[in-house]
Design a protein around this ligand. Structure first.
Ligand code: ATR
Length: 272
């Protein structure tokens, strides 16, 4: 019997998740199917419950349903609970389990694929929406020296820090883009949604140098953020590796097998 999986989102047509998971399945000899499913904006729960009735074993959840997936879960992984967002569900009629693999995906891409350790490093996180919230704690667990969160609306950055409920002395600070203190940042992550619309962030060139890794969580094209980073001598990457790594973690949660990510990242880069 083929086990059924899917990704639910809106929009969903351009999702690479089916391709990624079917590559993982081929690689690890798992008998699964994986579909992209468009849920109407007000019908996430109806859609998830229909999939349970149809025998689906698990789903990935993408924009804009991660909070609704969190609310639907009967039990939560510690990280999903902490970030109040779920991107991976194990579907079981009696116990829907919610996980969040986004942050682990980012960390694995940076530390393993890009070979950049984060312990003792200075990190600038741009944005304070859902994407930033999903990665803040996993970044913190890497024991960086400092995390600065910059957002147009600084109150949201302050709220993000307060909600994270960190117990250790706060080396996380909130600023607007204009006030970011000049530091030698080792890593600058663009977790704003500005790249989606091709917008340039109003960031000073001085923040980037040849020791900086600039990471845009968006994937699929060279963004203005990546261009600015490269123009100032920094290394820059998009979030394709994060996408594949978060999928690998979800695949592991469902199948208890770890797929290799490097060939899948390479395949997606070559095909686009
Ligand atoms: P997501 O789930 O992708 O994080 P979101 O929760 O709507 O989406 O958050 C979008 C983030 O991108 C916010 O931090 C937003 O900044 P504001 O809170 O100040 O609105 C940020 N953002 C979007 N467009 C931006 C732009 N052009 N410049 C700077 N920040 C931008």
């Amino acid at each position: 019997m083929t086990d059924k999986y899917a990704v639910i989102g809106n929009p969903i047509a351009h999702s690479k998740s089916p391709q990624i998971h079917m590559e993982f399945a081929k690689q690890t000899n798992q008998d699964i199917s994986y579909k992209a499913i468009l849920a109407p904006l007000n019908e996430f729960e109806v859609t998830a419950r229909r999939l349970i009735d149809e025998g689906y074993k698990g789903v990935n959840v993408t924009v804009p349903f991660k909070l609704q997936a969190f609310l639907l879960s009967n039990s939560l992984s510690p990280l999903a609970k902490a970030v109040c967002a779920v991107n991976t569900l194990i579907l079981d009629r009696n116990n829907i389990q919610g996980h969040n693999t986004d942050g682990i995906g980012l960390i694995n891409d940076i530390t393993q694929n890009l070979n950049t350790k984060l312990q003792g490093k200075r990190i600038l996180l741009l944005g304070a929406g859902g994407a930033a919230q999903g990665v803040l704690l996993p970044l913190w667990y890497q024991k960086p020296k400092q995390i600065i969160i910059a957002n147009r609306n600084v109150d949201k950055a302050v709220e993000l820090i307060n909600n994270a409920q960190l117990t250790e002395p706060l080396l996380i600070q909130a600023y607007t883009f204009d006030d970011i203190p000049y530091e030698e940042f080792d890593l600058i992550i663009n977790a704003t949604s500005a790249s989606l619309s091709g917008e340039q962030l109003s960031l000073s060139d001085i923040l980037f140098n040849e020791n900086t890794l600039a990471y845009d969580m968006m994937y699929g094209r060279e963004t203005p953020f990546m261009q600015q980073a490269r123009a100032n001598g920094a290394k820059a990457t998009d979030g394709l590796g994060m996408l594949v790594e978060q999928a690998a973690e979800a695949f592991y949660i469902w199948r208890n097998v770890r797929p290799q990510t490097a060939p899948v990242i390479a395949m997606l880069r070559n095909h686009n």
